[in-house]
Ligand binder design. Structure first.
Ligand code: KIV
Length: 276
């Protein structure tokens, strides 16, 4: 049977329909093997611009290009047949005008197979979100801590504490009113995330926000212990794969130096018969 007969493919419309329902599960992925591991297990796979820091060693997401996103988007698409694929618009690819945003979002969609784009910013990006949605491009918003604005925000700080909460609430409301099918709330107080989740009509997807959000997202390398010695408060480590890899690499190095690898089982005999 074909994939479409046996497996349900998640869509932006279905994500929207999950408002107030079963929590949405979202993880980032940047490669085909990682996408295969999570396909159908999570609802949404995000090719985040965090790829720049996680896989390319960049100090922030600001150096990520459209070409990098397209390359990783294609790789992830090859590993997915069920989860919804959403791809980040990188810094500088959408802020100038709705027309610039459409041109680059169309490339991301048509060249990768992603079904939707994510972009950062609330009130000031509402016109652009509406422009894209009206032209057939589903948009996931992203408000609160918006890492592409790290230089104007003065660092990766919690956003929306105290009276500043009204600004984030307005950003989330503008994103919803513009037609986004969901919105990421990053690093905002839990009480604010709960209030936003109760008042806007689209699913909120929290990262460093609240268990009361309509869904959660994490950077997969963070939660697997593959990235970063410094663990942000909002990340839970579900595995320590980095430590496991370090130990395996050290074992390999020791065995090569001690001539214990390759063993007979990993070598070839002179004839196939002798090998049996
Ligand atoms: O780039 C990214 O990975 C993100 C998520 C953390 C939401 O934007």
């Amino acid at each position: 049977m074909s994939v479409s007969q046996t497996q349900r493919v998640m869509t932006p419309v279905e994500v929207l329909g999950r408002k107030g329902g079963e929590p949405l599960v979202c993880l980032t992925a940047y490669t085909t093997p990682m996408a295969r591991l999570m396909d159908g297990v999570v609802d949404i796979v995000l090719v985040g611009d965090s790829v720049g820091m996680v896989l390319h060693g960049l100090p922030s997401t600001l150096g990520v290009t459209l070409e990098m996103m397209i390359m990783h988007g294609r790789a992830v698409a090859r590993g997915l047949s069920r989860s919804l694929l959403v791809i980040d618009m990188p810094f500088g690819s959408y802020e100038e005008s709705p027309a610039q945003a459409f041109r680059n979002a169309a490339r991301l969609i048509s060249e990768t197979g992603a079904a939707a784009v994510k972009l950062e910013g609330g009130v000031h990006m509402a016109e652009t979100i509406a422009f894209l949605v009206a032209r057939g491009i589903p948009v996931m918003g992203h408000v609160g801590l918006t890492p592409q604005a790290v230089n104007t925000l003065g660092g990766y700080k919690v956003q929306g504490r105290g009276s500043d909460g009204a600004r984030i609430q307005a950003d989330a409301e503008a994103t919803a009113a513009a037609g986004a099918f969901s919105v990421v709330l990053e690093k905002v107080p839990a009480s604010l995330a709960d209030k936003i989740s109760e008042t806007i009509a689209i699913p909120t997807i929290g990262i460093g926000a609240s268990v009361g959000c309509d869904g959660q997202v994490l950077v997969v390398d963070d939660m697997l212990g593959l990235f970063g010695d410094f663990l942000p408060k909002f990340v839970k480590r579900y595995a320590e794969l980095g430590q496991t890899a370090r130990e395996a690499i050290a074992d390999y190095a020791a065995e090569v130096r001690g001539r214990a690898f390759p063993a007979a089982a990993h070598q070839f005999a002179d004839s196939e018969k002798a090998a049996k």
